[in-house]
Design a protein around this ligand. Structure first.
Ligand SMILES: Nc1ncnc2c1ncn2[C@@H]1O[C@H](COP(=O)(O)OP(=O)(O)OP(=O)(O)O)[C@@H](O)[C@H]1O
Ligand SMILES: [Mg+2]
Length: 475
């Protein structure tokens, strides 16, 4: 299907509507004028016939008719298109005007003598030469009871000429009006479309490098106001999204540069002079640690990228949250006893969630807690069923987190204490992965912390609608 410009479509619609209106108005106007003519002529014909009938009825004999010819014809003298004739019942012409030859044939319908002549008695016919004629015939009786037929007719040729001229004039006026209306409606539509073109120009100017531009709200008509607002809101989101991607790229590059720089530096130093086997062993050990950090960063970044892809689907199952927490605590047993920290699990709740992602989220919180809990202290993991779902909290006693950091804590690569966290074990992605996992579940992660006190991370899983198993797309 062809796609026409909106202004072309609107103009065509306007033209069609106007053509229809003009045609109807023109036809009605013409009809009204024609009717006026015909009504006037009919009335004249009827009045003349009635008058003639009255005059005839006052005369005594057919002879009188001929004698009073002038009186009888005077009635129609003024109008050359009108003719009259009085004939007796043998068809002999008694009075006629104009003279023989100019008289058109008479109406076939004759009004009886006892009936009043009405407009409806006027009939139309053709004079044989193609000229339209209208007329009326009526019976009348002389004083001596002689019946005569009075006929009055009017050649309509002059009317037809006037009406044809009139029709021509109306057509011309309407056509000129139509052309004017077409031009004006095109200009009007073009003008009405101007804000759309301005918006298109605005949109053309927006590129990835100029995402700060916005649709101008000035001169935007009410109909486009909402559209402009929505586009601006979309640009806002895009700008924010692009900003995040850009920031993420910068942070990622920075975070990969550090371990690679360390690797290269340590290797260069080691190669500067001959080393013992033990020194090379130590170097290789630290190289492996740096490599681990790089691969952990890459693995985390990949996880976050996949978690944000629309194809990512959860595999929810229903499981006992406390049992799962105990299993995770067992897994961290080695690390916790090394740090002299005990892990306590408490509560009661059944959870409908992706078990692997649950393990990963709780594991990240627990490994943070282990890193920040002083020896001899304990970490509490609690699961509880609440009104609108299930909460799982991981609380530890330690240095705590300053309130100023809490807002950014879940941002990618954000670490509170960079000097300490830049160690091989820290990527700064752990909590953003937790946040991603909770968003995938439609839940959220919150934190509360007191300096030199308890730091508690809480995962909230909303009440699940059912134990459906989502598709097995797994990164
Ligand atoms: N329990 C906690 N007590 C004090 N600070 C914490 C605690 N958990 C997290 N943090 C702070 O939040 C920061 C971000 O944590 P996150 O888990 O995102 O990164 P990370 O632990 O540094 O790196 P990764 O988890 O990748 O090894 C940490 O660097 C730390 O400063
Ligand atoms: Mg962490």
């Amino acid at each position: 299907m062809h796609r026409f410009a909106l202004s072309t479509r609107l103009t065509v619609c306007f033209i069609a509507i106007m053509a229809l209106c003009f045609a109807v108005v023109g036809a009605l106007l013409f009809r009204a004028v024609a009717d006026r003519f015909y009504v006037q002529d009919e009335v004249n014909l009827v009045l003349s016939t009635r008058h003639l009938r009255r005059l005839v009825s006052e005369l005594a004999t057919p002879r009188d008719l001929v004698d009073h010819r002038d009186r009888l014809t005077a009635l129609i003298l003024g109008d050359a298109a009108v003719s009259m004739r009085i004939v007796d019942n043998q068809g002999r012409v008694l009075v006629e005007h104009p003279a023989v030859g100019g008289q058109p044939a008479m109406a076939t319908h004759v009004v009886p003598g006892d009936q009043r002549v009405l407009r409806s008695d006027v009939t139309s016919w053709d004079d044989g030469a193609g000229n339209p004629v209208r007329g009326v015939s009526a019976l009348a009786r002389l004083q001596d009871k002689t019946p005569v037929t009075i006929s009055v007719a009017r050649t309509m040729t002059d009317r037809a000429v006037v009406l044809a001229r009139y029709r021509h004039d109306i057509t011309l006026i309407l056509l000129s009006g139509g052309v004017l209306a077409v031009v004006l409606s095109y200009l009007l539509v073009r003008r009405a479309m101007r804000p759309l073109r301005t918006m298109a120009d605005n949109a053309r100017a927006i590129t990835a490098q100029r995402l700060g531009s916005r649709m101008s709200m000035r001169d935007t008509p009410a109909e486009l106001h909402d559209l402009a607002l929505s586009l601006n809101a979309m640009l806002e989101r895009l700008e924010h999204g692009f900003g995040r991607v850009w920031q993420f790229t910068v942070d990622l590059a920075h975070d990969l540069r550090t371990p690679i720089g360390n690797l290269r530096g340590a290797n260069e130093v080691a190669l500067a002079r001959p080393r013992t086997a033990a020194e090379y062993q130590a170097l290789l050990g630290s190289n492996i640690e740096e490599c681990d950090r790089v691969s952990r960063t890459i693995e985390s970044v990949l996880f976050l990228a996949r978690a944000e892809s629309p194809q990512f689907a959860l595999q929810r199952t229903t499981f006992d949250a406390v049992q799962e927490l105990t299993r995770i605590a067992d897994y961290f047993e080695g690390l916790s006893s090394e740090a002299g920290v005990s892990i306590r699990v408490d509560g009661h709740a059944s959870l409908h969630a992706d078990r692997e992602l649950f393990r990963r989220a709780v594991g990240n919180l627990l490994s943070n807690a282990l890193r920040y809990t002083d020896a001899g202290k304990s970490i509490d993991m609690t699961a509880a069923a609440v009104d609108d779902g299930v909460t799982v909290s991981v609380a530890n006693e330690g240095p705590g987190i300053d309130a100023a950091h809490l807002d950014q804590l879940f941002d990618r690569f954000y670490r509170v204490d960079r000097s300490r966290s830049d160690s091989a074990s820290s990527t700064g992605l752990g909590l953003s992965i937790v946040k991603s996992i909770m968003e995938l579940h439609g839940g959220q992660v919150t934190v509360s912390s007191q300096l030199q006190g308890i730091t508690c991370f809480t995962l909230w899983f909303p009440r699940s609608t059912g134990p459906e198993h989502e598709s097995a797309a797994r990164p």
